[in-house]
Design a binder for this molecule. Structure first.
Ligand SMILES: [Zn+2]
Length: 223
């Protein structure tokens, strides 16, 4: 179902009118590599752009076509806590979902590390997004296994392990990061997403979830 789902989303979302088949094949290759790596939580449009020699804006736009209700990607909204003691701890906005009523949007947002509170109107300029696979979309294991190019590679073997089985060794040559699974470098500014969302030939939008979030937030900000 992997290819069928990718292809039907590519066709049904209108993505086919903006990007060639080759981009869909590249995306499929990227997703299989992503699944084989198994270490990252969020997709990285910058990585995709580099690996497949695509302008970054096109990569983001392409990903966005897959974020509708019948697509394969979810958009996760977050901002980073400004308290230096939190070292850029990410505060995700999915708990308030950004699509709720105005009364609910009015509630303060708390950092779960330091309890600093924020109101939505203040943090909007700082919101970024991640692309994440929808929980019900799976990439077949058989197909991802072929990307384990060198079975003797220690690094690849380690990367294939679930996180809880990994041992932090002082002599390890694998760079350690504070949030190894959160894809530090894969976030896209909300402003960019909003701008790209309107770049269509028919006056519509690319991602309905993004549009719905904006309408909800816009009506909240008017009050
Ligand atoms: Zn904090």
């Amino acid at each position: 179902l992997f290819y069928e789902k990718l292809t039907s989303t590519y066709l049904d979302s209108g993505c086919v009118n903006y990007f060639p088949d080759k981009m869909l094949n590249d995306f499929s290759t990227y997703l299989k590599g992503f699944a084989a790596n198994g270490r990252k939580k969020y997709l990285n449009p910058y990585r995709f752009a580099i690996d497949f020699n695509t302008p970054i804006r096109d990569a983001i736009k392409f990903f966005m076509f897959f974020t509708n209700d019948d697509g394969i990607l979810d958009i996760k909204y977050f901002f980073e806590c400004s308290n230096s003691a939190c070292s850029s701890h990410r505060i995700f906005l999915e708990s308030i979902s950004l699509n709720k009523s105005e009364e609910q949007l009015d509630e303060l947002i708390f950092c779960d590390m330091c309890s600093r509170d924020y109101d939505l109107s203040t943090v909007i300029p700082y919101i970024k997004v991640y692309f994440q696979l929808k929980p019900d979309f799976t990439i077949p294991k058989e197909e991802s296994r072929i990307y384990k190019s060198d079975p003797n590679s220690t690094i690849e073997a380690l990367e294939g392990l679930p996180d809880h089985l990994k041992v932090e060794s002082p002599s390890s040559t694998i760079p350690t990061r504070s949030h190894p699974d959160e894809g530090d470098d894969s976030a896209v500014a909300l402003e960019t997403i909003v701008s790209i969302n309107k770049e269509t030939n028919n006056g519509g939008v690319i991602s309905n979830p993004v549009e719905n979030m904006l309408l909800s937030v816009a009506s909240f900000l008017r009050n």
